[in-house]
Design a protein around this ligand. Structure first.
Ligand code: ATP
Ligand code: MG
Length: 594
C-alpha cells in the first residue's frame, strides 16, 4: 500500500479491521477459534495509540494468562515501540495486585504486602477455624463467595473474620483478595472508582467468555455503560466454569452495555478445512453460537483428522511417539481405512510444532514415558498455580530466609539466590529420599529460572510473579520440545500438529471412576465438550484423536469406551490411523533381521 496511507490495521482482514476501527463505545466481538481475536486486539491497541493519538496510559488490555500478556506486549513493542512500555497489559489478577499495591493503606496493608500461597492460607485458616477440615470448608466458601457473590455460611462467619484478621496482621492477602479487595474498595468509594475510570478510558478484554463474578464486578466499576470497552471471545470456548467463570456475562453483554456494537469474525486462519469441519461437528450438538459462520482460509494440505484406537495408555503413548517420529522425518503417513499413503509435505517440522493435550494432568505420565522411550524432548505444563507444585515451596521458603545480600554493589541476582536455595534444600533431604525428591526440586528450578532471570535483582517482583503464576505461564514457545499440556492450559495457543489423547467416556467427559453417567450435570457435560472443541481447534495441519480401551485410573485398570463426543464427527473428515504404521514398522524390523 501507498506509504502515506499505510496503517497499523493493514495486516487485518475487512471484518477484523471493522472491529478494530471502532474505538469509542462498547463493542462485542464474537468469533470462533483462530479467527484472529487476539491479533485484532493487538493491532487495535497499536492503532489507538499511534494513529488515534490516545495516551497509552489510558489503555488497559486484559488477557487470560500472563503468557498471553507477555506475547501481546512483545507484539506491541514491535508495532508501537515508543508507546508499548506505557500501556497496561495485565491479567485480572495482576491488575488487581497493581491496584492493591497502590491502595494498600486503605486495605490495612503496607505497600510491600505479600501474597499467601495455598499452604500458608491453610495454616492460617486452620488456626482460625480450629481444625483442618473446617479450614478447607472456610477457604472454599470464601472463594465461592468471592466468585459468585454468595453469603458466608453463618457457622463459618466468625472463623472467616479471624482468618482475614490473621492474614492482615501478617501483611498478607490471599489469591481471592487480589480482585475481591479492589472491588470492595472501589464499591465503597465513588471518587476512587471515578479516578480509576478516568485512568483506564480504553479497556479491552480477551477471552471474555471466561470472566467470573468478581472480575465482572471489577470491570463494571472500571467501565461505565457507555465506556470504551471491547470484549472479545467465543462462548463455545468457555471452559472455566468449575472455577467460577460464567459465560452468561458474555451472552448478556448487550444488555449490560446497551449501546454496544457487535462484530463477528468469520475467517479461520489457523486450521485446515477438515480440522475445522471436525471441530465444528464436535461442538454442534450444544453450541452456544448456533448462528456461527466460520470458514477456513489456510492453504494447508488437507489430511483428514486421524482417529486412533489403542489397547491401553502405554500403546497410545507409543502411537503418539511413533507418529511424531514419522512426521519429523517428513516420512509418509499411512492411514488404515484407505490404505492411502500421503507423502507429507511437513519438511521443516521441529519438536516444538507438536502438542499432546489431555484432560487430566495424570495422563501426562504415560505420555512422558512414551516420549522418553523414543528419546523425544518435551516440556509439560498444566494450568495449576506454580506455588502448588511439589518442590517449589521448599525453595521459596529457603529464599525467604536466605540473608539478603549486604552491600548493594554485591546484591546477587535473583537467579543466583534461587540456585543456591535449591542446593541447600537438596542437601537437607535425607540421603535415602534425596534422589527422588531432587527430581521435584530440579523440575521446580527449571520452571522458576527463566522468571528469575527476567527479574534481575528484584526479589519482590520475583515473589509477586510466582504468587500469580500458573505453570503454563512458564511454557516456552521457543524451546525445541514437544509440548504436553492440559486442555485448559492449551487455551489460546496453536500448533501445526496436535494430539488429543484419552478421548474416552469418563475422561471426555470427565467422570470419577464409579460415578454413574446418569448423575452427570448437563452443563458440566457441555463444558467437557467445549474442552474437546478447544483442544481440537489448537491444530493447524494435523490433528489426531486417540483413545485407549483400557487405562489405569485410581490404581486399577478400567475398560473404557470411546468418547461419545467423537460420534458427532463425520467419517468424511476423519479416518482411523496408526495400525498400519505399526504393522509396517514390524515388517521393516523383520526385513532388517533378514
Ligand atoms: P483463539 O480462539 O484460539 O484464541 P484467536 O481468534 O485469538 O484464537 P489468533 O490466535 O489471534 O486467533 O490468530 C490465529 C492465527 O491466525 C494466528 O496464527 C494469527 O497470526 C493468524 N491470523 C489472524 N488474522 C490473520 C490475518 N488477517 N491474516 C493472516 N493471518 C492471520
Ligand atoms: Mg486468542
Amino acid at each position: 500500500p501507498d506509504r502515506a496511507n499505510a496503517s497499523l490495521l493493514d495486516g487485518l482482514d475487512p471484518d477484523q479491521r471493522a472491529a478494530a476501527e471502532i474505538t469509542d463505545g462498547p463493542v462485542l466481538i464474537i468469533a470462533g477459534p483462530g479467527t484472529g481475536k487476539t491479533r485484532t486486539l493487538t493491532h487495535r491497541l497499536a492503532h489507538l495509540v499511534v494513529e488515534r493519538g490516545v495516551d497509552p496510559e489510558h489503555c488497559l488490555a486484559i488477557t487470560f494468562t500472563r503468557r498471553a500478556a507477555e506475547e501481546m506486549g512483545e507484539r506491541l513493542t514491535a508495532l508501537a515501540p515508543e508507546h508499548a512500555p506505557r500501556l497496561t497489559i495485565a491479567t485480572f489478577h495482576s491488575l488487581g495486585l497493581r491496584m492493591l499495591r497502590e491502595l494498600s493503606g486503605r486495605a490495612g496493608l503496607t505497600p510491600a504486602f505479600g501474597i499467601a500461597d495455598q499452604a500458608r492460607q491453610l495454616d492460617l485458616a486452620a488456626e482460625a477455624a480450629g481444625d483442618e477440615q473446617t479450614a478447607r470448608r472456610l477457604l472454599d466458601a470464601r472463594s465461592r463467595r468471592r466468585g459468585a457473590d454468595e453469603g458466608m455460611p453463618p457457622e463459618l462467619a466468625d472463623a472467616a473474620d479471624r482468618y482475614t484478621k490473621a492474614l492482615r496482621q501478617s501483611d498478607l492477602v490471599d489469591f481471592d483478595d487480589l480482585i475481591g479487595l479492589p472491588v470492595e474498595l472501589l464499591e465503597s468509594d465513588a471518587d476512587l472508582a471515578a479516578s480509576f475510570r478516568d485512568r483506564y478510558r480504553w479497556i479491552s478484554v480477551d477471552e471474555y467468555q471466561d470472566v467470573d463474578d468478581q472480575q465482572y464486578r471489577l470491570l463494571r466499576l472500571l467501565a461505565p455503560a457507555d465506556g470504551n470497552l471491547t470484549a472479545i471471545g467465543d462462548p463455545d470456548q468457555a471452559i472455566y466454569r468449575f472455577r467460577g467463570a460464567n459465560v452468561g456475562f458474555f451472552l448478556r453483554f448487550r444488555e449490560d452495555f446497551p449501546g454496544a456494537r457487535t462484530v463477528q469474525l468469520t475467517r479461520n486462519y489457523r486450521s485446515s478445512a477438515n480440522i475445522l469441519a471436525a471441530s465444528l461437528q464436535a461442538i454442534s450438538p450444544t453450541t452456544l453460537v448456533p448462528e456461527r459462520e466460520l470458514r477456513p482460509m489456510g492453504d494447508h494440505e488437507d489430511d483428514r483428522v486421524g482417529v486412533h484406537s489403542a489397547a491401553n495408555e502405554r500403546a497410545e503413548a507409543s502411537f503418539v511417539a511413533r507418529t511424531i517420529e514419522q512426521l519429523l522425518g517428513g516420512a509418509s503417513f499411512h492411514s488404515f481405512d484407505s490404505g492411502r499413503i500421503t507423502t507429507d509435505a511437513t519438511h521443516g517440522l521441529g519438536f516444538s510444532d507438536f502438542a499432546v493435550l489431555y484432560r487430566t494432568d495424570r495422563q501426562a505420565n504415560a505420555v512422558m514415558e512414551g516420549l522418553t522411550r523414543a528419546g523425544l524432548p518435551f516440556q509439560k505444563r498444566s494450568h495449576d498455580r506454580i506455588t502448588d507444585r511439589p518442590g517449589v515451596r521448599p525453595i521459596l521458603a529457603e529464599l525467604a530466609f536466605a540473608p539478603t545480600a549486604g552491600a548493594a554493589s554485591a546484591e546477587p541476582s535473583v537467579t543466583d539466590r534461587l540456585l543456591r536455595a535449591a542446593d541447600a534444600v537438596i542437601e537437607r533431604i535425607p540421603r535415602a529420599e534425596r534422589e527422588e525428591a531432587a527430581v521435584d526440586i530440579h523440575t521446580a528450578v527449571d520452571l522458576l529460572k527463566p522468571r528469575a532471570e527476567e527479574c534481575g535483582a528484584d526479589m519482590e517482583r520475583f515473589r509477586d510473579e510466582l504468587a500469580l503464576g500458573v505453570e503454563v505461564d512458564t511454557w516456552d514457545p521457543r524451546a525445541d520440545r514437544v509440548s504436553l499440556l492440559t486442555l485448559h492450559a492449551a487455551k489460546g495457543l496453536e500448533f501445526p500438529v496436535v494430539f488429543v489423547v484419552g478421548c474416552e467416556d469418563g475422561l471426555l467427559p470427565l467422570r470419577w471412576p464409579g460415578a454413574s453417567p446418569e448423575g452427570a450435570d448437563e452443563e458440566e457435560v457441555r463444558e467437557e465438550r467445549r474442552l474437546l472443541f478447544v483442544g481440537m481447534t489448537r491444530a493447524q495441519r494435523h490433528l489426531f484423536l486417540s483413545h485407549a480401551a483400557e487405562r489405569v485410573r485410581q490404581g486399577s485398570a478400567r475398560q473404557s469406551a470411546r468418547s461419545p463426543f467423537l460420534a458427532d464427527v463425520d467419517t468424511s473428515v476423519c479416518e482411523r490411523v496408526g495400525e498400519a504404521a505399526a504393522r509396517r514398522k514390524q515388517r521393516d524390523t523383520q526385513l532388517r533381521l533378514l
